[in-house]
Design a protein around this ligand. Structure first.
Ligand code: PBG
Length: 326
């Protein structure tokens, strides 16, 4: 057994090539997924106040943005729609000419190779901003399922490569799998937002997607932040229902959950580095004198080290640029 002074761990840290040789985790552009907010119509792209560098993209301007993403070598995007029309049942979510359905078609024309993931949820499409149907002010689980299934089928029909339910209703993965199979979309995989917590870190997203619930909050369906065993049960359940990939969300305050899911399950695992996490980095870089590039790459690497195979991040474009320079 070797101890100091024979053992000197600093020996392997003496130079950059040496450090690279013994590096245990490598962040890769191929790990990244870039989230996109899409609005109907034309006009200019609009920056989201709390998320500098992130925009709502009108459908007509999407090709430009997609070309840039593809050029950077980012393999996938995840789409969020901001419809003109909202109602009690979120009908724009499953309208054949809905904003996402059109966006998928447009992206497939610009960059056929880019993997298109669609977020399947009702909150951006309902007038009340909840992720499901309200019955007596309570989000009704079972009445919501057929609408989620319909939305997923409609996304697949438009050409989505992967559907990603983020609503946190029980039984949604089974309902979606069944509906996809019945519609002959056997080959469309499901990425389940399996362990999604009721988090304060979604604040900027709700501004971007205009999806803040008009009454109450999401704590009766999203997970309670103190729980990790329950996260394993959620993942187990989604896998049993047919999820091809699972997700933990948010990432940073839940790296322990990510690691536990990694250890227990063999499915591809995604982590969502959410809007509030991005906003914190941007604010710290602007006001606190922290170095944005080093800080961002350190964060993304930590998410990978904790066990993520796939990292969904608003930093993806910047990170891709930095990684290709390094
Ligand atoms: C829709 C959805 C949300 C996010 C992803 N899908 C918002 C929410 O649950 O309130 C959050 C993403 C982010 O904060 O970046 N249900």
């Amino acid at each position: 057994m070797s101890h100091f002074p024979q053992l000197r761990l600093r020996r392997l840290r003496r130079s950059d090539p040496l450090r690279k040789l013994v590096r245990e985790t490598r962040l890769d552009i191929a790990d990244l997924v870039y989230p996109l907010f899409v609005t109907e119509g034309s006009g200019q792209k609009q920056e989201i106040a709390s998320m500098p560098g992130i925009f709502r993209h009108p459908l007509a301007r999407l090709p430009q943005e997609i070309a840039e993403i593809a050029e950077l070598g980012i393999p996938a995007v995840i789409l969020f729609g901001i419809p003109d029309h909202k109602d009690e049942v979120g009908s724009s979510a499953y309208h054949p000419k809905g904003v996402i359905q059109q966006a998928v078609g447009s992206i497939k024309k610009t960059a056929p190779e880019l993997v298109v993931i669609t977020d399947v949820c009702l909150c951006e499409y309902t007038s009340h901003g909840h992720c499901g149907i309200l019955v007596n002010d309570y989000v009704d689980n079972d009445k919501t399922l057929p609408l989620l299934a319909k939305t997923a089928v409609s996304h697949a029909g438009a050409g989505a490569d992967i559907v990603a339910p983020s609503d946190m209703m029980d039984g949604r993965v089974r309902a979606i799998r069944q509906a996809l199979d019945e519609a002959q979309f056997h080959d469309t995989p499901i990425l389940a937002y399996a362990a999604k917590y009721a988090s304060a870190f979604y604040g900027p997203f709700r501004e971007a997607a205009d999806s803040t619930p008009s009454s109450g909050d999401r704590r009766s369906y999203q997970m309670d932040p103190p729980n990790w065993r329950e996260a394993l049960r959620e993942v187990e359940q989604d896998i049993a229902e047919g999820a091809d990939m699972v997700m933990v969300k948010p990432a940073l305050a839940y790296l322990d959950v990510l690691q536990r899911v990694r250890r227990r399950f063999n499915h591809p695992l995604a982590a969502y580095n959410v809007s509030g996490e991005y906003a914190m980095v941007k604010a710290a870089a602007r006001h606190g004198g922290l170095d944005e590039r080093t800080m961002t790459l350190e964060i993304l690497t930590a998410i990978k080290r904790a066990g993520a195979d796939i990292i969904i991040s608003y930093h993806a474009k910047d990170a891709a640029r930095w990684l290709s320079e390094a």
